[in-house]
Design a protein around this ligand. Structure first.
Ligand SMILES: [Zn+2]
Length: 159
């Protein structure tokens, strides 16, 4: 019996002390909060801390944004994971067969080198459907400035 009494006294003691202890720790927390006002992260710190998450999100979004129309154009599924993303340049790039595509600022373009010297990399007009792609693959003849047709070179010099 005495054991039971001492146990209940112990409980009573602990119960009575609990609010006082938490009050005390709250005081400490409040005291600790005062100097931390000076160390509140700046708006640039907040922006930098937010980046790693949004970088991952942006990468996946760009991969999806390119894989979706490319799959429709190619008639076969292009895996989003196979799309290369350059976050500094904010563009996504993928190869389908020998053809290189890029998505930048929401526009899908075909990348081709100069038809004459096969150097450089030129962006087609935005591709919104099969007909645009057909033009970019067949009629479009990207040329670097050294290989520009003579009449075009002369016209540019006259400007
Ligand atoms: Zn050329």
């Amino acid at each position: 019996m005495p054991t039971a009494i001492s146990q209940s006294r112990g409980l009573l003691h602990r119960t009575r002390n609990t609010p006082r202890r938490s009050l005390h720790s709250r005081t400490i927390a409040n005291l600790g909060a005062t100097p931390s006002v000076a160390t509140v992260p700046s708006w640039t710190d907040n922006a930098i801390a937010a980046y790693p998450q949004s970088a991952e999100h942006e990468k996946h979004a760009l991969q999806e944004e390119l894989a979706r129309p490319l799959s429709a154009l190619a008639g076969s599924s292009i895996a989003a994971a196979s799309v290369y993303v350059n976050l500094d340049g904010r563009f996504a790039q993928a190869k389908v067969g020998e053809h290189l595509f890029r998505l930048q600022h929401g526009a899908l373009v075909l990348l081709r080198s100069c038809v004459h010297c096969e150097l450089g990399q030129f962006e087609s007009l935005p591709i919104t459907g099969l007909s645009d792609l057909g033009y970019a693959l067949s009629r479009w003849e990207p040329r670097c400035e050294h290989c520009a047709p003579e009449d075009l070179a002369n016209w540019l010099e006259d400007e």
